[in-house]
Write a protein that binds this ligand. Structure first.
Ligand code: BGC
Ligand code: BGC
Length: 847
């Protein structure tokens, strides 16, 4: 076709027709492809003509600005009531550990007051001309977990072990009520990830490695949160739910949080999408897009999955919300601009931090420029309004006047705690009960030990008041009970004696010890690890168990954990071993099962409640069995899927293998810098809040100057100049910690290329490995540098063990490399690698 001679108008029509026609072809072939795998769901919530009419009338009146505002979701820490008045956002959220007025102890009234102010500002049309009510979304993922005093249910992994869908529905129901007391409309739950690699830090947010449980639970939890369509659907006792994270979050390579899922499309459906089949059929009104990629493409930008599969094929007619600036990770996007995500089918940008403002402006511009078609915007806003109408947001009174608002008696209500307690009872899995040590006879002398025995924060895990679940005290859980509290009640009732001692030192020699120990709380990528060994390099809990066993005290272990871990040695050092997962605020539920009815001291106790929990995750027989899943070809777990003893079991667990295989062959070098600083690591100067990331070729503060220089290729090295005013630091690190334990165990060395133009004075520049708070003392770098070699590159090698990092810190390293100096000095460096093959004979020594 000769386009040169065509009149402009014809040319444009031709091009439009060509593109339209092209996209029809690829669209229909995409649809055919999807239809082969993804079913049309029989969704319980049906479209109604009245709702659709109301939505289209609203839409017809809206300006572009009002529409985009519906699609932007800022976070309470980075927006004001005045922003809401001015823009009229369709929704907003509070992230994990974000509270009204930044006050951890905010009361339900404080929460409602904020909801009310933001609602009133949203329907105030004085500035934006809009009266559409906004809605508030929150992560109520195991109860209303950001609110002090709320009932905290076991995390999903424990609920999976309970395998009781009716109980799940009751939990969701109670959660909805507690959420509504704070004036909130919408929760970001359930997580329906089907975890395939237990190294993932979000394993505990998953009900099971098997999609069967996930599918049925998703339906129950959605019904419990939202109510039933045609009866109490989204009435004043129910909230909007979100099935998340669509799709494949539990199947990333290496169990890497936000990583890449390479499952075939069939597996994506059969394994990872079953929770959507359950949850969407039950009528979930929103879906959260996942941070992960599928075959290298971030789901936030994947039109095939978000539009063709989810909306067009499965028939989902609610909205898709993004995850925490997840759009910014799509290729070609950043937090402030991502037309790709909207075009792919994202309906709401979750836009925390201050990015919402440029994002709002850029999105408007992109619509005006035709980069985002108006039809896509209209579709997104239609979906958002449809959910708002269905949820009665246009009819319900303002937050403060709603039925449950401010009714603080519902927060941590006795009847909710009773449900949580039942969930704890049913989630416990008994792995070992040699000699029928359990149930405990409460008339004995009982020692309760271990650092999780009387620690409600630790037994509740991540997403507990704070995002990571760290920094909490027992006093932050009014109405809650620790595991010790529960045992104490039973023992005192029966006339036995109880002693609490974290380190196992007692005043009176006990008849039996209950030791409660396990993982420290974590959330998301902070919980990623690289193998399943418990307390690697730092077996303090094992030492405690052995100390008690050595005194002929029978030991019951209660293991707090977000995933199956390799605890063979700990199991060997226990007569009975119970996995309690992350039970939450009702620790008393543990005693209900492990303590029996009172009998005279010499008699065996009788069972009160039996163990009902069965493993919904296979238990590994080595630290390397992290991707162990039922139905695998060579399935050889220590305890299989579905395992769990009862008081009738006669099984004796024999002594387990405590020797782990050498892992060097399975480990690869960790490259921090080669050509460039390797993702996800970044180079920064300064520390804490003052830290600045190097994003251009020079970065400087008053203490230090860093610039890129060339070693072999362009900009493959960095030159540091310490100015000598006061302590300055330059680091390579990442927001999520890296587990370096394997590198320490395998005698890894840190190698790097160094170039100095004049000799560095001794004890000036220090090199260190940095954990959360500084964990290794700096080594004198000059000891490793040949000061006679000036203006040339030399390679230095430092065995990791020289850094003397304590074992408990090696699995949470935030900054694998830190240079610091108080004095003026300069050096250039490149090619930083933690190498496992450099030092096989351990000939390289510390200096
Ligand atoms: C998580 C989501 C959560 C969101 C809001 C994200 O990082 O992946 O599960 O809903 O933050 O807190
Ligand atoms: C925030 C949390 C949020 C999380 C989501 C954190 O940086 O502090 O509030 O839930 O990111 O990933």
């Amino acid at each position: 076709m000769n386009t040169k001679l065509m009149p402009l108008a014809t040319l444009i029509t031709t091009i439009t027709l060509l593109t339209a026609c092209d996209s029809t072809v690829s669209k229909s072939s995409d649809q055919e492809r999807a239809a082969k795998i993804w079913p049309k769901l029989d969704i319980k919530v049906k479209q109604s003509a009245a709702v659709e009419k109301q939505v289209s009338e609203l839409l017809a009146e809206m300006t572009l600005e009002q529409k985009i505002a519906q699609m932007i979701q800022p976070e309470i820490r980075d927006m004001t009531v005045e922003d809401m008045r001015k823009y009229g956002f369709g929704s907003y959220l509070n992230g994990g550990g974000a509270f009204p007025n930044d006050n951890k102890h905010a009361t339900p009234d404080d929460w409602v007051a904020l909801a009310e102010k933001l609602y009133q500002a949203s329907i105030d049309d004085s500035l934006d001309g809009s009266t559409i009510p906004t809605m508030w979304g929150t992560d109520a993922v195991h109860g209303h977990n950001n609110v002090i005093g709320a009932t905290l249910f076991p995390h999903n992994i424990g609920l999976g072990a309970a395998n009781n869908p009716d109980l799940i529905e009751a939990i969701a129901n109670a959660t909805a009520k507690e959420v509504l007391t704070t004036g909130i409309d919408w929760v970001f739950a359930p997580t329906v990830a089907v975890v395939r690699d237990d190294r993932w830090g979000r394993t505990y947010e998953s009900y099971s490695e098997d999609p069967v449980i996930v599918k049925s639970y998703a339906a129950s939890i959605v019904s419990g949160l939202q109510g039933g369509f045609g009866s109490n659907f989204l009435d004043e006792e129910h909230v909007i739910s979100t099935v998340k994270h669509f799709v494949g979050d539990g199947g990333t390579e290496g169990g890497d949080d936000q990583g890449n899922n390479i499952a075939s499309e069939q597996d994506l459906f059969d394994i990872h999408a079953q929770g959507y089949v359950g949850g969407l059929t039950a009528g979930a009104q929103s879906v959260m897009a996942s941070f992960n990629s599928w075959n290298g493409d971030k789901v936030h930008g994947n039109q095939y999955l978000l539009t063709t599969v989810l909306k067009e094929t499965m028939g989902f007619d609610g909205f898709v919300v993004g995850d925490w600036n997840g759009h910014g990770q799509v290729k070609g996007c950043d937090n402030a601009s991502c037309p790709q995500a909207i075009n792919a089918g994202l309906d709401i940008f979750m836009a925390p931090t201050t990015s919402w403002k440029p994002l709002f402006e850029n999105t408007i511009k992109q619509v005006k420029q035709g980069i985002i078609p108006m039809s896509r915007i209209d579709d997104a806003v239609t979906r958002i309004l449809r959910v708002k109408v269905r949820a009665g947001l246009f009819d319900k009174p303002s937050p403060i006047k709603r039925a449950l608002a401010g009714k603080s008696e519902f927060v941590g209500h006795e009847s909710h705690r009773a449900i949580a307690r039942q969930a704890v009872q049913e989630s416990l899995v008994l792995l070992k009960n040699n000699g029928k040590l359990l149930p405990l006879n409460p008339t004995q002398k009982i020692l309760v030990a271990g650092d999780a025995a009387h620690n409600i924060g630790k037994q509740s895990g991540g997403w507990t008041i704070t995002w990571q679940g760290t920094g909490n005290q027992n006093s932050d859980f009014p109405g809650g009970t620790s595991i010790y509290d529960g045992i104490k009640q039973e023992v005192e009732k029966a006339g036995g004696a109880i002693e609490l001692s974290e380190n196992g030192e007692y005043l009176v020699k006990p008849d039996v010890a209950v030791v409660v120990f396990g993982e420290e709380p974590y959330a998301e990528g902070n919980g990623d690890i690289d193998n399943l060994e418990y307390q690697r390099l730092n077996k303090t809990d094992l030492a405690l168990l052995k100390k008690l066993i050595a005194q002929n005290i029978p030991v019951v272990s209660i293991f707090i954990t977000g995933r199956p871990l390799w605890v063979n040695a700990e199991i060997n050092a226990s007569d009975a071993f119970v996995v309690a997962w992350l039970p939450g605020s009702e620790g008393v539920g543990v005693a209900d099962v492990i303590v029996g009815s009172a009998k005279s001291k010499s008699e065996k106790a009788q069972v009160n409640l039996d163990f009902k929990g069965r493993l919904s995750f296979s238990w590994p027989s080595s630290p390397q069995q992290f991707d162990l899943n039922v139905h695998d070809k060579n399935y050889s777990p220590l305890f299989p899927y579905g395992y769990g003893l009862t008081y009738n079991s006669i099984d004796i667990v024999p002594s387990l293998n405590e020797v782990k295989e050498v892992e060097t062959s399975q480990m690869s070098d960790l490259v921090l810098m080669k050509g460039t600083i390797k993702a996800p690591f970044k180079l920064s100067i300064g520390s804490g809040e003052k830290s600045q990331e190097m994003t251009t070729s020079v970065i400087e503060n008053e203490h230090v100057h860093v610039r890129t220089i060339d070693k072999v290729i362009q900009e493959d090295a960095r030159k540091i100049t310490f100015k000598g005013q006061s302590m300055a630091r330059v680091s390579i690190g990442h927001a999520f910690p890296t587990d370096l334990s394997g590198y320490y165990e395998n005698n890894a060395v840190m190698t790097m290329a160094i170039n100095v133009s004049k000799p560095i004075a001794q004890q000036t520049i220090k090199v260190a490995i940095g954990c959360n708070s500084e964990c290794s003392q700096g080594l004198d770098l000059t000891a490793y540098v040949d000061s006679k070699k000036l203006n040339q590159w030399q390679t230095i090698s430092i065995p990791l063990t020289c850094f003397k990092t304590s074992g408990s810190n090696t699995n949470k390293v935030f900054e694998p490399l830190v240079f610091s100096s108080k004095s003026a000095a300069s050096l250039s460096f490149a090619d930083v690698v933690l190498s496992v093959n450099e030092n096989p004979k351990k000939t390289i020594n510390c200096k």
